[in-house]
Design a protein around this ligand. Structure first.
Ligand code: CA
Length: 229
């Protein structure tokens, strides 16, 4: 079992455009959530944190700009990349778009190939392991494509759950993950697993990482969860 596929949230009020985009993203293997307005998008992002958001500028009621601004002021959402779509190509709009904290900006009508490339480029930053990149932290090296993990010169043998745990930690070194967040990311939110199961697998991962010696890099943060480094 590999990492859960990256989740893309599409916020677009025009059904045809939304569906074409969803179709193409799903064909690429991504999970997709769709929203047709700003209020719903804010709720959806909170409920099921996306790895990237494709956000239309012109939406009824709460505009895309406002959604972007609100998400970028929240500490739990700031790191989620946002690609803004706009029908207006004037330079001033571009500047305003970037001032809201949007990570990228695409003018309509866009080529689907181009937009997919932009999505992928944002995901490469936010979910490198899910895209098969090589991750490194201290002397640990994880190749998400071949599933090979080494520490220094030693090849480490990890079970599938420990591999996904390590990949999650290595995507965001230093980030503190709660047990619930790890359950969502590593086990998937549809599966019921006791949160103590997380502790068991953390224990196994810790043992595997230190099998050939070296510092214990997995940190237990009391009352909060776990972090790498
Ligand atoms: Ca629109």
């Amino acid at each position: 079992m590999t990492m859960p596929a990256p989740l893309v949230l599409i916020v677009e009020d025009e059904p045809a455009q939304r569906e074409v985009l969803a179709y193409n993203l799903e064909a690429e293997g991504y999970r997709v959530n769709q929203s047709e307005n700003g209020e719903e998008a804010l709720l959806m992002a909170t409920e099921d944190r996306p790895d990237v958001i494709v956000l239309d500028w012109m939406l009824p009621n709460v505009s895309g700009i406002e959604v972007c601004r609100q998400l970028k002021t929240r500490s739990d959402m700031r790191a989620v990349p946002i690609i803004m779509l706009s029908a207006r190509s004037e330079e001033v709009d571009r500047v305003r778009g970037l001032e809201t904290g949007a990570d990228d900006y695409v003018v309509k009508p866009y080529s689907i190939v181009e937009l997919m490339a932009r999505v992928k480029s944002q995901l490469r930053r936010s979910r490198p392991a899910a895209l098969g990149e090589v991750l490194e932290f201290a002397d640990i090296r994880l190749d998400a494509e071949t599933h090979k993990v080494t520490r220094g010169e030693n090849l480490l043998k990890l079970g599938p759950t420990e591999f996904r745990l390590l990949a999650t930690f290595m995507e965001k070194p230093g980030r503190v993950w709660s047990r619930e967040q790890l359950l969502d990311r590593v086990w998937g939110r549809d599966i019921y697993v006791d949160s103590r199961t997380v502790d068991v697998h953390i224990g196994r991962l810790r043992k595997a990482l230190c099998l050939f010696g070296g510092e214990d890099l997995l940190r237990t943060v009391r009352g909060a969860g776990y972090a790498l480094g």
